[in-house]
Design a protein around this ligand. Structure first.
Ligand code: NG6
Ligand code: CA
Length: 506
């Protein structure tokens, strides 16, 4: 009898103990803000992911994020080129207001160090912030000595930690920069960079094609690094030069290390994992060569997809999957030949990198900016497909809502409910930009004003989006923008044009 009472007491004691412990775990979970990882591809098209219809090759890891989270069918980059797009993603400002263009490798930082940025907003909300991968937003101010600490840069715009390539894989300097310092630099072999004049005696892709292992098609005919002719001239810094084929593994190692370390800390983290794929030069690691049957472009997409699988493994091993929001997108639309002969055009077959949309990188037609866009958060986001209109420019104001910050970006809208799948409504309208031209999307309609200039970019073989007369498309019914319905809907044209001009300040 006594024994039974004792056992009863012990059971209730343990039950109470467990309850308290459970409440504690729940409370600390609730108190901890979610980690946020923004996976930002370079030139990945809407149709380059198998879940969106990629032909002949598979992207299982991207697919599982899209299928296990939200696959946005109306997700946009802000611009059809990199620098303006990234500027918008990290600042919440429309890039056309500053007439931003693709930067040279020597360009100074284009983000004002006093302005609100996405990473600064998150820092203020208690986050540790990092960027690993491509930067392309300029570094330093005016002339830069690459052999000294380079500032201002990611740190001054809000990234506590940075491990970056300065511009693009096809531009010098071809070195990694960690927290403002070139990695592995030998002070006895200083780096010199010039985008106008070559250094005496330095071979170039133009004059020394025999030294290249990848042939240039347009543009990339200056200094040769690892057999690949690049944009810009570079001399010295030999011990710091990256290995192109190891770049994906190298950034991935950094990402794994960062997540493993930060997941142990009390502070939540924000990581921008800005992948270099599938931008040119496409240099898959030998273990991915030939895997896609589509040449190096398909191979590096498969390589990047494998990296996503590794990223997810790391997150799972760190035990943070149910407290980590992952956002995946691409800085602009796709291009097959962006300046090198690498067989991507020849081997492309029926694959449609742009998906159902018209145009591609640089184009004012939709595929310039209409890109893959997924959000994933295990246990919080219910898997679905959403046609809400969302844009990378909205990250700032949306994530601010998520983390309880009142900071906002001037052109950034709060679409957090759409990102979480609580609503199927995103923005009402959006101004899109392509090489300094703009068009206007409102609801399912896109209005393109007339622009002079070539209709076709013959180097990259992509339509520019320059139209002779004002054009209106219903992107839902006509995703390939084949039918200009401006004449059928004159009132809508006037209404949209007025709104567009007012938003543009005209
Ligand atoms: C262009 C380059 C292209 C690519 C692009 C930037 C030429 C002719 N073309 O100027 O190869 O580097 O800039 O791409 O040089 S982006 O994705 O960073 O915007
Ligand atoms: Ca890009």
């Amino acid at each position: 009898m006594r024994r039974n009472i004792l056992i009863g007491l012990l059971i209730s004691f343990f039950a109470i103990g467990c309850k308290v412990a459970n409440e504690k775990t729940t409370a600390s979970k609730a108190a901890k803000k979610p980690n946020i990882i923004f996976v930002y591809f370079d030139d990945l098209g809407y149709g380059d992911v198998s879940v969106n219809g990629a032909k002949d090759f598979q992207t299982p890891n991207l697919d599982s994020l899209a299928n296990g989270g939200i696959n946005f069918t109306n997700g946009y980059a802000s611009s059809a080129t990199c620098t303006p797009s990234r500027y918008a993603s990290f600042t919440g400002h429309y890039p056309w207001k500053k007439e931003l263009k693709v930067l040279a490798g020597t360009a100074p930082l284009i983000i004002d160090t006093t302005q609100v940025t996405l990473p600064k907003m998150l820092q203020e909300a208690g986050y540790h912030t990092a960027i690993i991968g491509k930067w392309h937003l300029g570094l330093g101010s005016g002339y830069k000595d690459w052999n000294k600490h380079i500032t201002p840069g990611p740190k001054e715009v809000g990234f506590d930690y940075s491990y970056i390539l300065a511009a693009t894989q096809d531009r010098v300097p071809t070195v990694y920069i960690e927290d403002g310092n070139v990695v592995n630099l030998d002070p006895n072999d200083p780096i010199e960079i010039d985008y106008i004049n070559n250094f005496e005696g330095q071979p170039t892709g133009k004059d020394n094609p025999e030294l290249t292992t990848m042939k240039w098609h347009h543009g990339h005919n200056a200094t040769i690094i690892n057999g690949v002719p690049r944009m810009g001239y570079m001399k010295g810094g030999n011990s710091a030069i990256w290995s192109d084929v190891d770049m994906a593994d190298h950034f991935l190692d950094g990402v794994k290390g960062y997540i493993t370390e930060k997941s142990k800390e009390e502070k939540p983290f924000f990581l921008a994992y800005t992948m270099q794929q599938p931008h040119v030069p496409r240099t898959p690691h030998p273990r991915f060569v030939g895997k896609s049957g589509k040449g190096p472009r398909g191979d590096v997409i498969m390589e990047a997809d494998w990296c996503i699988g590794e990223l997810m493994k790391t997150i799972r091993e760190a035990g943070i999957e149910d407290n980590t929001l992952i956002i995946v997108s691409s800085d602009n639309g796709p291009v097959l030949n962006d300046g090198y002969y690498d067989d991507s055009e020849e081997l492309n077959g029926d694959h449609k990198p742009s998906g159902p949309f018209r145009g591609g990188k640089y184009s004012l037609f939709d595929a310039g900016t209409h890109v893959p866009f997924f959000t994933y958060w295990k246990g919080t986001i219910e898997p679905s497909v959403s046609d809400a209109l969302v844009c990378q420019i909205d990250l700032l104001s949306s994530l601010a809502t998520l983390v309880g910050s009142d900071m906002r970006g001037p052109d950034s809208e709060d679409v957090m409910s759409a990102f979480l799948g609580k609503s199927k409504v995103g923005r009402e309208s959006l101004i899109l930009e392509a090489t300094s031209r703009t068009c206007f999307r409102k609801g399912d309609y896109i209005l393109i004003p007339p622009y002079e200039g070539p209709k076709y970019n013959k180097h990259v073989k992509i339509e520019s989006g320059n139209v002779e007369e004002i054009s209106l498309f219903n992107i839902k019914e006509d995703p390939s923008q084949s039918k200009n319905i401006a004449k059928e809907k004159p009132e809508l044209v006037v209404e949209m044009m007025e709104e567009f001009l007012a938003m543009k300040g005209n």
